[in-house]
Ligand binder design. Structure first.
Ligand SMILES: [Fe+2]
Length: 434
């Protein structure tokens, strides 16, 4: 089914988008160049890897983000636009059923054609078309064009994060354990930082997106919630603390686990977080820079919700709700070990008792089901499929990670994954009742 030109309006909280054509074109170019920069460390043979259905080949990420601009902007708003290739709409559609049946996700890695070179050529063709399109778009459609272009830029940033997350998994299954980059800086080793607790009085609070800046539709509407008094841990759980859980038989004792989690741990033979491997008497981690010895002071990363929940129960605590997390995060500047710090790996906490590392390092599992906020309505049309239809059987993660682009994360940002997923940079922050 074809999309009707210009009909569905993207729900974008707090309209309008006060942005000039020049500013948006510069933002577009900057995001697009960043995707290509992230591709530079890869060899041609790396681009098509898909080690499990949940990850996508690097080549597919580069093509799909391009398809997004072609499908939702050029095809809809550029008079007389001719698609680059008749089949690309099928190959590079991710999940937009209203656009057409997508190519099966699990088979993306089987697409040796179009070649890597052809994908980069596709990107260049769309960039040229978009540059001209943004410069000449008519005033009548400009608000919707600006809204969608801005969405497309944030969409591409999401895929930049997935690009790094997925290449880590794709490389990890190779016994040669190739490094994405062997020149990544290593953070200071850090030291043991005592866990402190930040008390919150609870009461009637507000969460949800509330500024004129960009937000995805699932971050709104802003609304009131009632919280009981609670406490939030000052920093995430570390590798050293998670090792204590393991040494206490954490993976052997069902009393710490939810039923689904215990079944998953048994079936999948989990004995440690993803990417951990025994190294003599200790452990080593596979990172985007290859193997590194385990640093006990770093936040633990690549755990499923089930492992995070089991750890919390073993520790006599619990995971925070997304509202508890957001109320605490609203008081902080968005700063942290995000992609631009360059580590592409979690770093140890700094000394002190103040709440830290809410943003960056690792996404933090919450105990909240990914569900619509009261009053949420997806946009009409295919773009309404962006977030809303996934609001079932997944859990919310907050705060971004060491591979999240700076400027892409905020207190209201809701990420969501299945409780069994571990290939994300996902970690643990504890909460408690007061
Ligand atoms: Fe996408």
């Amino acid at each position: 089914m074809r999309i009707v030109r210009g009909k569905p309006q993207v729900q974008d909280n707090k309209q309008p988008v006060p942005v000039s054509r020049e500013a948006l074109a510069a933002r577009y170019a900057s995001v697009r160049r960043m995707s290509e920069a992230l591709s530079r460390p890869l060899e041609t043979d790396d681009f098509n890897l898909q080690a499990m259905p949940e990850v996508s080949p690097a080549k597919w990420h580069l093509a799909h983000t391009t398809w997004f601009f072609e499908t939702f902007l050029l095809k809809e708003f550029q008079p007389g636009y001719k698609p680059v290739h008749a089949q690309y709409e099928y190959l590079f559609n991710s999940y937009y059923e209203q656009v057409g049946t997508p190519f099966p996700r699990a088979h993306r890695g089987l697409l040796s054609r179009p070649t890597v070179e052809e994908i980069f050529h596709y990107r260049a063709q769309i960039d040229e078309a978009m540059t001209s399109f943004l410069a000449n778009a008519d005033d009548e459609h400009w608000p919707e064009i600006a809204t969608r272009t801005r969405l497309g830029c944030h969409h591409e940033e999401q895929h930049q994060e997935l690009f790094l997350t997925d290449i880590k998994y794709n490389f990890a299954i190779n016994p040669l354990k190739p490094a994405y980059r062997d020149d990544l800086p290593v953070a200071a080793a850090g030291a043991s930082v005592s866990l402190a607790w930040s008390d919150h009085p609870g009461g009637v609070q507000q969460i949800g997106h509330h500024t004129t800046g960009f937000a995805f539709d699932n971050e709104g509407p802003r609304h009131r919630i009632l919280l009981a008094p609670y406490a939030l841990a000052s920093r995430p759980v570390t590798n050293g603390e998670f090792l204590e859980f393991m040494r206490a038989g954490g993976y052997d004792r069902p009393e710490y686990w939810l039923a689904d989690g215990w079944r998953a741990a048994c079936e999948r033979q989990w004995r440690a977080p993803l990417y951990w491997e025994k190294n003599g008497g200790g452990w080593k981690l596979f990172t985007l820079a290859g193997w590194r010895p385990l640093n006990t002071h770093e936040p633990v990363c690549h755990v499923s919700f089930y492992e995070a929940d089991a750890y919390a129960r073993w520790a006599g605590k619990r995971l925070p709700s997304e509202a508890e997390w957001e109320v605490a995060a609203q008081r902080q500047d968005v700063r942290g070990n995000l992609r631009e710090t360059g580590y592409l790996h979690p770093t140890p906490a700094l000394p002190g008792t103040a709440v830290q590392q809410l943003f960056g390092d690792t996404w933090e599992w919450t105990c909240s089901a990914y569900a619509p906020y009261s009053g949420y309505r997806p946009a009409r049309g295919a773009l309404g499929e962006y977030n809303g239809k996934f609001m079932i059987n997944q859990l919310v993660l907050r705060g971004g990670s060491c591979v999240t682009p700076t400027g892409h994360i905020r207190a209201s940002y809701r990420n969501f994954f299945y409780p069994v997923d571990r290939w994300q940079f996902s970690g643990i922050r504890l909460a408690d009742d007061r």
